[in-house]
Design a protein around this ligand. Structure first.
Ligand code: CA
Length: 226
């Protein structure tokens, strides 16, 4: 993992740095919020260990600026002193993902970081696919069209999810057949059948449909509300 340590206490920072580097991680350290802000926005990290009490920009403000201003979603593990329990809760509001109370075991820091990074990667993998009001949630396999769950035969579903991964992209017949059946079909009847099922399921009362045929070239998904 690439980890940024933000800690003004030189001993704690060095301990964290040495331990995490010895465990094979690539580590950077910042002694204050300003340096941290610069590093975090100019380089990419898998996780940030952030001390709450920092000179200049404190940990809460920094977390807020990373989330709200710099729009970074990098996981943040907040370090806090035992007597600042309320700050811990404020830390979550500011965008911290987890916290550890000082003094902490170095092993625990690494374990928490690994868990945060794993969770963050899971979030990316499980992100909903969306085009206007057409949504697919890979986590539960649910497809929703205008907020209503849509039940489709498996092949039609596969077809729609394939297209939903690249909204607006013009898919050729071969491309769609390869994505759903693994190879181009002898005849295009199977694809035509699935596409007409899809079109029926998606067409609105006023006739608009997100599935568009571009004659002679292929098919694409568009947001009919655009
Ligand atoms: Ca401190």
């Amino acid at each position: 993992m690439r980890i940024l340590i933000v800690e003004d206490d030189a001993d704690i920072s060095a301990n964290l740095y040495d331990y995490l580097a010895a465990r094979g991680h690539s580590v950077d350290a910042a002694p204050n919020g300003l340096v941290a802000l610069h590093l975090a926005t100019s380089q990419s990290f898998d996780a940030i260990v952030l001390d709450l009490g920092l000179p200049g920009i404190d940990g809460l403000t920094l977390a807020q600026r990373l989330r709200r201003d710099a729009r970074l979603s990098v996981p943040i593990l907040m370090l806090t002193a035992r007597d600042t329990l309320d700050d811990k809760l404020a830390g979550f509001d500011a965008g911290a993902d987890d916290y550890l109370v000082k003094p902490f075991a170095l092993k625990e820091v690494e374990a928490r970081l690994l868990a945060l990074v794993k969770r963050a990667q899971g979030r990316v993998v499980d992100a909903c696919l969306r085009l206007g009001e057409l949504e697919y949630d890979p986590a539960c396999g649910e497809l929703r069209w205008r907020k209503i769950p849509l039940l489709l035969p498996p092949k039609a579903m596969q077809l729609l999810v394939t297209m939903l991964r690249q909204p607006g992209h013009l898919f050729s017949r071969n491309e769609l057949e390869a994505a759903v059946w693994g190879e181009a079909q002898e005849t295009s009847d199977a694809l035509r059948t699935q596409l007409s099922q899809l079109r029926r399921a998606l067409t609105l009362d006023d006739g608009r449909c997100p599935l568009v045929t571009v004659h002679g070239r292929g098919y694409k998904l568009v947001d009919p509300d655009d």
